[in-house]
Design a protein. Structure first.
Length: 192
């Protein structure tokens, strides 16, 4: 059975944000289609930021991160949802990725290889919400932070394929919000 992991990256644990509704809609669609779904809300977890290379290379992993690693390893498909803050992912998401995707987990300790295959075969859907129109982020700003996440983090660690959904300020009114929730349910039902 296909297992999906939804990583909720909104830094505010208040459930009233669009990102939380999107995660719920995705989960609803996936479970309705018979997929097993796990959810991990980054803002609910306690872990320190990495401060130096020795910490990054250490095999001592905080319990909240060990839980995330186990969920990732058990999954076939990941969904990462976060808002765009200052042109990038929120610091909590970045800190989570740094803690979770350590060399010991991603590459059995050897990050010098060109491609890593331990996590190969796990697809990813990145969902980014933002206050500007999505086309402005994509065309004017070149979606630079999204491209970096796709290429320099996820694909580098062996994930693929990596797909994305950008939701701009047009997701703010009630009709647009409902269209996005419907689309997330449909993506969940397809495990895409």
């Amino acid at each position: 059975m296909t297992r999906i992991l939804i990583l909720q990256g909104h830094p505010d644990p208040d459930e009233g944000h669009l990102d939380h509704a999107l995660a719920g809609a995705y989960r609803e669609g996936a479970e309705g289609a018979g997929f097993a779904v796990d959810a991990y809300t980054i803002a609910h977890r306690d872990f320190p930021l990495l401060r130096n290379q020795a910490e990054f290379l250490s095999e001592t992993v905080p319990p909240a991160i060990l839980e995330a690693q186990e969920l990732i390893e058990a999954s076939h498909h990941l969904v990462l949802i976060y808002p765009l803050w200052l042109g990038d992912m929120p610091s909590g998401v970045k800190g989570f990725l740094e803690q979770t995707l350590r060399p010991a987990f991603v590459a059995d300790g050897d990050m010098n290889r060109l491609r890593h295959t331990r996590l190969k075969g796990r697809s990813v859907r990145i969902v980014v919400t933002m206050g500007m129109p999505a086309f402005v982020y994509r065309w004017w700003f070149g979606a630079h932070s999204l491209k970096s996440l796709e290429r320099n983090v996820l694909r580098f660690c062996g994930f693929g394929p990596v797909r994305h959904t950008l939701i701009g300020q047009d997701g703010g009114d009630a009709a647009s919000r409902e269209r996005w929730l419907h689309r997330m349910r449909a993506l969940g039902a397809q495990a895409r």
